[in-house]
Design a protein around this ligand. Structure first.
Ligand code: SF4
Length: 279
């Protein structure tokens, strides 16, 4: 409690009759116990309920502002702030700008080919289970995306805006786990890429090169080179340059981590039926 700087501040609230009904020898002794957190103001039966409630509320307020939020609470608060932004937006205009569809009070965008909808009150809806791996990037795309069209020019993650600061994390959370799956279960990896209708392309002599639209105007290209003689295998993900304008680096990283998590789960299950990313 920071409202009481010393037991004296608590003593001022008491009637100082030293009646001992609180089982302390005096009001001063009681105040000292409250100051140490060993008794509560409500343990004095002579205190007005209004005073007890007033100071109990102060303690709660302090606790809620002093206690650091957990990462889940941080994410929840961030999602809430994004939904509040959505409420102030013209979703029909956003749909036109970002390659979505606006109908019956909701904006729908394709996330890896699957429908994901946001209503004007910020409510999310999808045929699939959603979690922060997908809801944060999608809401960020909707609230901040510039709507830049796909360019056809590909960049590695580290060359995206602020990418160099995040590239270690992206390598660790996205490219490395995907490479491991491709190394260990090549055929399954190809099957998984097919599930999401990746378009096969040629790029830098990669053995596998597939283009996906994680969002209507955020395209990625997954490239894999198997091990060869003295060369280790490698997997890189490239981004269409428009990603720089349509999604911030934290959300791009979150989407990459979600993609890797999805592939890991799928490879564990060895089944691609009825499975959706980020669940
Ligand atoms: S019950 Fe209240 S008034 Fe009585 S001694 Fe304890 S603190 Fe003081």
């Amino acid at each position: 409690m920071t409202w009481a700087k010393s037991p004296m501040d608590i003593l001022k609230l008491l009637d100082q009759s030293n009646c001992q009904r609180c089982n302390e020898p005096s009001c001063m002794a009681f105040a000292a116990q409250v100051f140490k957190g060993k008794k509560k103001l409500s343990d004095c039966p002579k205190l007005d309920q209004s005073i007890i409630e007033k100071y109990a509320q102060s303690d709660e307020d302090e606790e809620s502002t002093d206690r650091p939020r957990t990462s889940e609470e941080e994410v929840e608060a961030y999602v809430k702030s994004l939904k509040q932004k959505v409420q102030k937006m013209d979703l029909a205009a956003v749909a036109e700008k970002l390659g979505g569809v606006y109908q019956n009070g909701r904006l729908t965008v394709k996330v890896l080919g699957k429908d994901f909808s946001v209503y004007t009150d910020g409510t999310l809806s999808a045929d699939i289970h959603t979690n922060p791996w997908v809801s944060v990037p999608v809401l960020t795309y909707i609230t901040e995306g510039a709507g830049k069209d796909i360019t056809g020019s590909w960049l590695p993650f580290r060359e995206l805006k602020e990418g160099s600061a995040w590239s270690g994390l992206f390598r660790q959370r996205c490219e490395k786990p995907l490479k491991q799956i491709a190394d260990n279960e090549y055929d399954l990896f190809v099957d998984l890429l097919d599930v999401f209708n990746g378009r096969a392309v040629q790029h830098l002599d990669a053995d596998i090169a597939r283009v996906f639209y994680v969002l209507p105007k955020v395209a990625i290209m997954v490239c894999y080179w198997p091990a060869e003689e003295d060369f280790e295998s490698n997997l890189n993900i490239f981004f269409d340059e428009a990603a720089n304008e349509n999604l911030n680096i934290a959300s791009i990283n979150a989407m990459g981590s979600g993609l890797a998590r999805m592939f890991e789960k799928l490879s564990e299950k060895h089944s691609t039926h009825q499975y959706w990313p980020f669940s």
